[in-house]
Design a protein around this ligand. Structure first.
Ligand code: BES
Ligand code: MN
Ligand code: ZN
Length: 501
């Protein structure tokens, strides 16, 4: 897809479709009045008919009258003072998805006055709209089907219409948005692929391809070496399947190299290629979704690629413990005591709390490799989706200053987080009769406890992002297909790029 910045007025632009944002209640003044006039009053007519509402992510197709654009697509942005970076990205995605099944080769989007509502103005809007269009073009059915009815159009050209803007700055921003959007889509495909397709070995092979294409170092640790390294929690789960586990380690920059902020950042992602629950087996209902329990791994693998594309050589470590959590003769049993890589003796009271086990060893290993700052991403709990739903990611961290740096990167990326407290008083609920602690604990406050467990396996500043609710959508939304949605990818990219030279 070719990107083009046009600094003419929107009524001068030729394209198959010209998308027009509607901020607030539809009212036809300024540039919109001119577009309405040249469309033969079509926009105003649709508004009075009730077809064009201006409601956020509601989009109406209109004929274009005398305009050089083939059709108009009016898309609601909601009230101007409520506009966020997330909204702009989702507007881009909504526009692209609303055109699903239509014949569109060139799409133009008029930026209108969106930029007046955001830091960074039109440059920010350009980046986020393009990212949104790229992410909006994602069609999960295309993974396994040759032809998908009403898929979002494969555009030849995306034109941003920003009268009087600095075209060079907008071009750079648009290209950045395109690369970040493509990275999110890489994460989504890895996450969405079926468990009979993506085993830990296949995930490691995908990481190898990404490393080779982007000049990254890669080390894939097999069970024998994991045993030598003492990764007892990782192996307790990994041994339970005929598909052996892999600890995938990708690196950009030199070992333990500090970035411009003095950090050696490690991003760690949960890679459970299928989570049956193991011996503590899950109910059948929606168990098929547990192929997406590798979303955290997919996200960190994609994020390090995106960082390498945008700022090659930026110091960054990405670690993805990849396992299949299966019941069988080699599975961990409830009550098994295993020795974590950091020496703690862990009582596996529930084999379905497997994510924290594999992540705990991955965090320890990240520190051994020189990480000074840690962020992990995981579809860790069902509890987080009960608490916060599918649009806000639960986040934990310590110390608070590091938590806030990560959330600031999230703001930049247009991603929402809500802090879950690490309540020390609940640690006693995770006491074990035989070991240092158990992996599950009682059900009350189980979301807090999942974070408390992970906290035991790091000594450096650490943030944990639980995408159990937000990582994939159960139904399609105006701005996203169903399935994995790439959440946290852009946050991790912004966080790492903050330390680029
Ligand atoms: N992968 C699941 C969490 C999950 C469930 C994510 C549904 C998305 C949708 C995780 O491994 C798990 O099973 N967690 C348990 C923990 C419990 C046993 C302490 C849970 O949330 O029920
Ligand atoms: Mn589980
Ligand atoms: Zn899981």
């Amino acid at each position: 897809m070719q990107l083009r910045i046009v600094t003419d007025q929107p009524w001068q632009v030729t394209a198959d479709v010209l998308a027009v944002p509607i901020v607030g209640q539809p009212s036809f003044d300024g540039g919109l009045a001119e577009l309405n006039r040249r469309s033969g009053g079509e926009l105003a007519a649709l508004a009075s008919f009730g077809e064009l509402t201006g409601k956020r992510y509601h989009a109406a197709l209109a004929s274009s009258g005398d305009l050089p654009a083939g059709r108009l697509l009016a898309v609601g942005a909601g009230e101007g003072d409520a506009l966020t970076r997330e909204t702009i990205q989702r507007l881009g995605a909504t526009i692209e998805r609303r055109l699903g099944g239509r014949t569109v080769h060139s799409l133009a989007i008029w930026l209108g006055d969106l930029g007046t509502h955001l830091d960074g103005g039109d440059t920010t809007v350009a980046e986020l709209l393009v990212r949104g269009v790229v992410e909006g073009s994602y069609e999960p059915k295309a993974i396994y089907l040759a032809a998908v009815e009403s898929a979002p159009p494969a555009l030849d050209e995306l034109i941003l219409v920003a009268p009087g803007a600095d075209a060079a700055a907008l071009t750079r921003a648009a290209e950045r948005g395109q690369i970040i959007g493509e990275g999110a889509n890489v994460a989504r495909t890895l996450a969405n692929r079926a468990s009979n397709d993506v085993s830990p070995i296949v995930l490691a092979d995908a990481a190898r391809d990404i490393a080779a294409r982007n000049g990254l170092s890669i080390d894939v640790i097999e069970p024998e070496q994991a045993a030598e390294l003492g990764m007892g929690m990782f192996l307790a789960i990994g041994r339970g399947s005929d598909n052996p586990p892999r600890m995938i380690v990708l690196r950009s920059g030199e070992p333990a190299e500090r970035d411009a902020l003095g950090r050696h950042l490690a991003i760690v992602g949960k890679g459970v290629c299928f989570d049956s629950g193991g011996i503590s087996i899950k109910p059948a209902d929606r168990m098929e979704e547990m192929k997406m329990d590798k979303t955290g791994a997919a996200t960190v693998i994609a994020a390090i690629e995106t960082v390498a594309r945008l700022a090659p050589g930026t110091p960054l470590l990405a670690i993805a413990p990849a396992v299949e959590n299966m019941p069988g003769p080699h599975s961990a049993r409830p009550g098994d005591i295993v020795r974590a890589m950091n020496g703690k003796q862990v009582d596996i009271t529930n084999t379905d709390a497997e994510g924290r086990l594999i992540l705990g060893d991955a965090l320890t290993y990240a520190e051994q490799l020189g990480a000074t700052h840690l962020v992990d991403v995981a579809t860790l709990t069902g509890a987080v989706s009960r608490a916060l739903g599918h649009l806000v990611t639960g986040a934990f961290g310590t110390p608070q200053a590091w938590y806030e740096s990560v959330i600031a990167a999230g703001d930049q990326a247009g991603e929402r987080y809500w802090q879950v407290p690490l309540i020390d008083d609940y640690v006693v609920d995770m006491d074990s009769w035989y070991g240092d602690l158990q992996n599950a604990g009682s059900a009350e406050g189980s979301l807090v406890k999942s974070g408390l467990f992970l906290r035991e396996f790091r000594t450096k500043p650490w943030v944990h992002l639980d995408i159990g609710g937000t990582g994939y959508f159960r139904k399609a939304l105006p701005f996203a297909a169903r399935g994995a949605n790439g959440v946290t990818h852009a946050t991790l990219v912004e966080l790492a790029l903050a330390g680029a030279r």
